[in-house]
Ligand binder design. Structure first.
Ligand code: DLL
Length: 436
């Protein structure tokens, strides 16, 4: 049952002071829980000279050592769990590209919390009982499948677990079943849009809302998706280590993502020094989950770069907002000494009307010189084959990228359909320097 017409749970509008008190109470609990039940955390805390009783104020968190992705790998598969295996009712794994995946487990309380957090997010952007919710996310291991599914179902929407792929059928289902809300990665949504246009079904859809996440996307991609589907598109952030989706989500303001402070304690640090940055400064997001029983991670370094937008939100929710993720610290490309995030490139490309929806950044090294080539698909209509036209567009793209990145790039225009389409998270960068 929703708390009101607008809020799924009353915690969403908890006065800030009460929210902080709750955070402190829960922080004390989670530190003790980790200390008492996970050998790894006990060792780390002892090593830093911290006992659970030493946590008296929220600021005391800085005394606790960070947990990193490597710690997951070192403790694969169950070494970080704080409950016996028979208390777990669900297991997911992260979409790691190399090595062992990160394994995350849930007790039944964890699941219940997660379902409600996701329901909170979806309810916040207007998903209701009367909606037909098509979940075009991978259901295998990935948290974006069942995680979003359960939240939408809790609201009472009719959920279609369509998964990823079979895109023609996805579009037909949308038309036949009257889908009103879709969820997927933004890159897959762009592909669905393409197929809907090819099938001539784009104007037969009755969509109102799109929830997109699991990878970075830009404001200009938002505009493209909103126009193509005639929807409002919302950014959804999460990671397997923090349950999955639902950690932070945009409200209808579409200006920053509320990060649910009753479940996740947030810090922003300088990735080099590990020190907290000044208020409002950009850095790496560090999260301590406050209610997770199975996997109580302390000060987890997400690798994601963002900053806190600590202004009041007109939606009435008291939870702080983060700026959409700018990139991952390990996604950052350093070319000729200049730092570039693929999301900056996406932002530039998606505002150029002649450019299609797909691109790939290829980095090579000739001698000691790094070269960056951006392969860009064109829209069919503009791919006339006229050399002068192509040259004009190529120069336009090149100079727009130069202006934004401060870096000279080679731009290669390719025909629509040339680049691989992603079903889950798109691979935007091919760094051939590493393979030399
Ligand atoms: O991607 C969980 C999720 C599912 C989020 C569905 C949203 C929707 P992982 O596979 O563990 O979990 O990947 C987590 O993906 O650390 C970010 O680097 C990136 N990521 C997730 N959401 C966003 C977003 C899921 N909205 C990793 N913007 C995170 C940018 C995102 N990056």
């Amino acid at each position: 049952m929703p708390y009101s017409d607008v809020y799924w749970q009353k915690e969403e509008i908890m006065p800030k002071k009460e929210l902080e008190e709750l955070q402190l109470k829960r922080l004390k609990w989670v530190v003790k829980h980790a200390y008492d039940n996970v050998e790894f955390f006990r060792r780390r805390l002892k090593g830093a000279g911290v006992r659970p009783d030493d946590i008296k104020r929220l600021e005391d968190i800085t005394r606790i050592p960070f947990t990193t992705k490597d710690h997951f790998r070192e403790n694969y598969p169950f070494g970080l769990f704080a409950v016996p295996k028979d208390e777990l009712v669900r297991l997911h794994t992260s979409s790691g590209t190399s090595g062992k995946p990160k394994v995350v487990g849930y007790t039944s309380n964890d699941l219940e919390n997660w379902i409600n957090i996701v329901a909170r997010c979806l309810y916040m952007v207007g998903v209701r009982k009367s909606d037909v919710f098509q979940n075009m996310a991978n259901y295998a291991f990935f948290t974006g499948g069942l995680g979003i599914h359960d939240g939408a179902e809790r609201i009472g929407a009719m959920v279609i677990p369509s998964g990823v792929g079979n895109t023609k059928r996805q579009v037909e289902s949308m038309v036949d079943f009257g889908t009103t809300v879709i969820h997927s990665t933004p890159s897959y949504a762009l592909h669905v849009k393409e197929v809907a246009e090819e099938l001539g079904l784009a104007d037969k859809l009755s969509l109102r809302i799109g929830c997109f996440g699991a990878e970075p996307w830009s404001q200009n991609t938002r505009k493209r998706l909103e126009n193509a589907f005639n929807i409002k598109a919302y950014d959804s952030y999460g990671l397997s280590e923090m349950n999955g989706p639902g950690v932070a989500f945009e409200c209808t303001e579409q200006n920053g993502l509320h990060i649910w402070a009753d479940h996740y304690l947030t810090e922003i640090i300088d990735p080099e020094t590990g020190e907290q940055v000044n208020e409002g400064e950009k850095g790496e997001l560090v999260i301590t989950p406050l209610t997770k029983e199975a996997l109580p991670l302390l000060r987890y370094r997400t690798g994601d770069i963002t900053y806190i937008l600590d202004d009041e939100c007109s939606c009435g929710r008291t939870h702080p907002k983060i700026h959409r993720i700018i990139g991952r610290s390990d996604d950052m490309i350093v070319v000729r000494g200049i730092n570039v995030f693929p999301s900056q490139i996406e932002h530039v490309l998606m505002r150029i009307p002649e450019v299609g929806d797909h691109f790939l950044v290829v980095i090579t090294r000739t001698g000691s010189l790094d070269e960056i080539t951006v392969k860009v698909e064109m829209r069919d209509e503009v791919f006339t084959g006229e050399l002068s036209d192509l040259q004009r567009i190529q120069q336009k793209v090149q100079s727009a990228l130069h202006k934004e990145l401060g870096l000279r790039t080679n731009v290669e225009l390719v025909e629509k359909g040339t680049l691989e389409r992603s079903k889950g998270k798109a691979r935007r960068v091919l760094d051939l320097r590493k393979e030399l």
